[in-house]
Write a protein that binds this ligand. Structure first.
Ligand code: NAP
Ligand code: ZN
Length: 351
């Protein structure tokens, strides 16, 4: 198949910095949309993958699954998008479309293996893998291309494609509603969207953080209370009181302190720690019939619903815009817990 060479940023080994690379994009097929990328968000998952922290990375890795751009070409079978449209691509670029998960609009759990935006085998280019949004353009099947509300700030919508849907989906699935006491653990890229969404859904939102200095920001973002997880007295005051907790901590951690916060029959959903957790005491879920659950991004239909909700409620991410060349510093700042609250790359800097 004919391909086009485009500029990208990626890494060739877990311990290497990201640097300029050339990658191939497929020619536009009948169902494809070609997108000129304008902004690309920086997710902590990009770092886990670049540094092989989840042990599945194939190099080179070109991260980026919070992609915003304009359609510059469409295949002759494309009906959902046209040249000039503002569109987005999140963590998924393909799935089988026929298994029971895909039929339920849960493409992220495709039983035949979803194709993720980066570091997945590429169905279109034999022997190759997918490369993400730290690049100047991308070609994607139209079914995996989202419509972006034009009233929103373009750069600040990029993080909705991953951080947005990853927090929206569990809040919706567990039916968070007006008046529920909802805890969001970790004020980073995901957490700050979790706070905004839980607030917009009418919940009483408590930011649960290790960083007291983030308290003011948490309130500005929509938290009604701030709970410092390292403060044992404060944690005791909130014992057995939460209807729902969304936990975005990016690494394995002690679960017991958070489980103690849940009410009878309520749930803590993990989205961050894709790795072994510290052992926790069974009594902390047996007493109170509490639940621990997990959640992975969201399907395409749900992602579009989230974007439309953001358009109606004027919700975007709080971002720091950076140039592509600043990516290695940005990674170090994220891992040292110094991001307010999502980095977004201005892709003009790579063109
Ligand atoms: P992030 O911006 O780095 O935010 C993580 C936050 O967690 C930090 O700001 C910090 O908040 C808190 N934190 C960090 N280390 C901690 C520790 N050791 N103990 C307690 N709290 C800690 O990361 P992100 O982009 O939001 O991503 C969060 C995690 O979700 C990552 O692991 C990412 O790979 C994963 N993820 C999962 C999905 C999914 O579909 N399930 C999708 C996207 C990302 P405070 O300072 O407030 O404590
Ligand atoms: Zn992500």
């Amino acid at each position: 198949m004919a391909t086009t060479t485009v500029k990208a940023y990626g890494t060739t080994a877990p311990t290497e910095d990201l640097k300029p690379l050339d990658i191939e994009r497929r020619a536009v097929g009948a169902d494809d949309v070609k997108i000129d990328i304008t902004y690309s968000g920086v997710c902590h998952s990009d770092i886990h993958t670049a540094r092989n922290e989840w042990h599945g990375s194939t190099y080179p890795v070109v991260p980026g699954h919070e992609i915003i751009g304009r359609v510059v070409e469409v295949g002759n079978g494309v009906s959902r998008h046209k040249v000039g449209d503002l569109v987005g691509v999140g963590c998924l670029v393909d799935s089988c479309q026929t298994c029971s998960a895909c039929e339920k609009d849960l493409e992220q759990f495709c039983e035949n293996g979803a194709t993720f935006t980066y570091n997945s085998p590429d169905k279109h280019l034999e022997g190759k893998q997918t490369y993400g949004g730290y690049s100047t353009s991308v070609v994607v099947d139209e079914k995996f291309v989202l419509r972006i509300p034009e009233n929103l700030d373009e750069a600040a919508t990029a993080p909705l494609l991953c951080a947005g849907v990853t927090t929206w989906s569990p809040l919706r699935h567990w039916n968070v509603k007006k008046g529920d006491k909802v805890g969001v653990v970790g004020l980073g890229g995901l957490g700050h969207m979790g706070v905004k969404f839980a607030n917009a859904l009418g919940a009483h939102v408590v930011m649960i953080t290790t960083s007291p200095e983030k308290g003011k920001d948490a309130q500005r973002l929509g938290a009604h209370e701030v709970l410092i997880s390292k403060d044992e007295d404060d944690m005791k005051k909130h014992q057995n009181s939460f209807d729902f907790i969304l936990n975005t901590i990016p690494v394995g951690h002690e679960m017991d302190p958070y489980l103690g916060l849940l009410k009878i029959d309520s749930t803590m959903v993990l989205v961050g720690a894709v790795e072994p957790l510290k052992p926790f005491h069974g009594g902390n879920i047996i007493g109170g019939r509490k639940r621990i659950a997990g959640s992975l991004i969201g399907g395409i239909k749900e992602t579009q619903e989230m974007l439309d909700f953001c358009g109606e409620h004027n919700i975007t991410s709080d971002i720091e815009l950076i140039n592509m060349q600043d990516i290695n510093t940005a990674y170090d700042r994220i891992t040292s817990n110094d991001v307010k609250y999502r980095f977004v790359i201005d892709m003009k800097s790579l063109k």
